[in-house]
Write a protein that binds this ligand. Structure first.
Ligand code: G6Q
Length: 551
């Protein structure tokens, strides 16, 4: 069957592919196999079912799989044309078919001197020109050479953006805080709820504050509302001097005309391109706040990490390919076991925003109901991703993962070395990682519980069925480079899943309807006179109650 991506052939609808059918039969056979037995029968399993690339180690042995499962999943990847899809992305083909765009976040981290063509033009020189401009600007701000309008140096940076123009920057700032300039303050404003901006600026001096207005389109309601309010706040502290805007506001955007209209000098605009999706943009100019925080060298080390994982994904055989393995395992639970969610559990405090970042990456990408050709899918697509850093989750929702009635595959992420060594803390942290995956896999039988002297009536409550699948990702330490590898790993795992499901992981039409309806409701809320409402009775009633209540 021909595909909308001209260069890619999709052989058969997913559920008609041979490997899919074989996986269904295979699943019926092994769905009840217990990890206790799989490990007991195969003493080498914990060493064999592992893969390592660019210093990221993946232990996938505690999954409900056998060697045959892995073989069949690999066959599914082949039959789904994963290889040609990967090549199409890296070649710059317009694989985002509904928006007719190339998908080239991999070009953002391609080294100088390489080349990737889009519409007959090599984009790599442009990528490096922007990186150089960001580097120059970051050095000037960090050194104090760039001054605010009153001559004070910039001590506070506020990124104003939302979605892909916020979640990546916040996550990366938190993840790399250890490497950041502690003399500077970084804040992130995204929500149109005024509290977000008011709390972010309340203790800051406008004369020392730089705003980065990050918006690909420069039209997003939340960002533009916040940007205009930030401008007012800044001007109020600057005696209304309109000329000060150029010193206190810079933009990251693809829309030069609207940036200039806002009063930002386009010399201080950092560009990117329509082939960078919002949720894939933290390593573009959207990462300007990250570069200001950690410096250009660390930012480039992060890009290098991304690139190492890109090269691994592009070239490694599927059975040793980390993103492919993780993507296929996710398909296994989502589509064969009916698991609806995946928990991501970083045992690294600096990764506290990583699950939130991943939620957009995974769910905005793969929360789709039609194939590339617009046909309704007949299988489950993107699972719900969620999580919290360990060990906090252990004292909260892990109960449900251990003893609840739902199957929740988990990704544990940990590092061998702490960034803040403090007595026994790191050993205690890592002991918990290993203990949790062990407990989830092997559980505790009624016999074991009884043997501990537990009274009979209490035994069922204390039994752990086990057989809860986990991946463990281990790296040496959380460096900028390793952060880049980790993000790229998940980006490509998302790609792998989207390719198997034959969906477009790069559009997001599902966010449009609510936006459009809100635009219609705004005047109804703000109207001086009682508006004629023509929504459903619930929406009409809520609007009337709000209008009365806000007086
Ligand atoms: C991400 C989405 C979305 C986008 C925001 C912000 O993939 O496209 O989250 O990043 O809506 O858009 P702007 O950068 O255009 O303001």
């Amino acid at each position: 069957m021909a595909s909308l991506i001209e260069t890619v052939q999709v052989p058969e609808p997913l559920t008609r592919r041979k490997a899919w059918k074989k996986l269904q039969t295979h699943h019926r056979r092994i769905q009840d196999a217990h990890l206790r037995d799989l490990f007991a029968d195969d003493p080498q399993r914990g060493e064999r079912m592992t893969a390592e690339a660019a210093g990221i180690f993946l232990d996938y042995s505690k999954n409900r799989i056998t060697d045959e499962t892995v073989n069949l999943l690999m066959q599914l990847a082949e039959e789904s044309g994963l290889r040609s899809r990967i090549d199409a992305m890296f070649r710059g083909d317009k694989i985002n078919v509904t928006e007719k765009r190339a998908v080239l976040h991999v070009a953002l981290r391609a080294p100088r001197g390489t080349s990737i063509m889009v519409d007959g033009q090599d984009v790599i020189p442009d990528v490096h020109a922007v990186l150089d401009k960001m580097t120059d600007f970051s050095n000037r701000v960090r050194s104090g050479e760039w001054k605010g309008a009153t001559g004070k140096r910039i001590r506070n940076v506020i990124n104003v953006g939302i979605g892909g123009s916020d979640l990546g920057p916040v996550m990366a700032y938190e993840a790399l805080r250890h490497y950041s300039d502690r003399a500077m303050t970084f804040r992130f404003v995204s929500n149109v709820d005024g509290t977000d901006l008011v709390e972010a600026v309340r203790d800051l001096d406008p004369a020392e504050t730089l705003f980065i207005i990050s918006s690909k389109t420069f039209t997003t309601l939340e960002t533009m509302t916040n940007a205009h309010s930030a401008r007012k706040w800044s001007l109020a502290g600057m005696n209304g001097d309109e000329g000060s805007v150029a010193k206190h506001f810079v933009a990251v955007s693809t829309n030069a005309a609207d940036v200039a209209k806002f009063g930002i000098d386009t010399a201080n605009m950092f560009g990117f391109w329509d082939w960078v999706g919002g949720r894939y943009s933290m390593d573009s100019a959207i990462g300007l706040s990250t570069m200001l925080a950690v410096g250009p060298e660390n930012f480039r080390a992060m890009l290098d990490g991304f690139h190492q994982m890109d090269e691994h994904f592009r070239t490694a055989p599927f059975e040793q390919n980390l993103p492919v393995l993780m993507g296929l395992l996710s398909i296994w639970y989502n589509d064969f076991f009916g698991a609806q969610t995946v928990a991501v559990l970083p045992y690294e405090q600096y990764l506290k925003r990583f699950p939130a970042y991943l939620q957009q990456l995974t769910m905005e990408s793969n929360g789709k109901h039609v194939t590339l050709d617009g046909a309704e899918v007949t299988y489950a697509t993107g699972p719900v991703y969620w999580g919290e850093p360990g060990t906090n989750g252990q004292h909260s929702f892990y109960q449900l993962i251990h003893q609840g009635t739902r199957l929740i595959p988990c990704d544990f992420i940990a590092f061998n070395q702490p960034l803040n060594p403090l007595e026994r803390h790191h050993d205690l942290l890592l002991a918990n990682v290993f203990a949790q995956t062990e407990a989830l896999a092997f559980g505790k039988t009624p016999e074991q519980v009884k043997a501990e002297g537990t009274p009979d009536w209490l035994v069922p409550h204390r039994v752990f069925a086990g057989n809860r699948p986990t991946n463990t990702l281990l790296a040496d330490r959380l460096t900028p480079e390793n952060l880049g590898k980790l993000v790229a790993l998940y980006e490509h795992s998302v790609f792998t899943q989207g390719a198997i499901w034959n969906i477009n992981s790069f559009d997001q039409w599902g966010v449009e309807l609510g936006k459009a309806l809100a635009q219609r409701i705004v005047p109804e809320l703000e109207s001086e006179t009682e508006p004629a409402l023509s929504h459903d009775s619930s929406t009409n009633n809520l609007i009337r109650r709000y209008r009365k209540g806000k007086e």
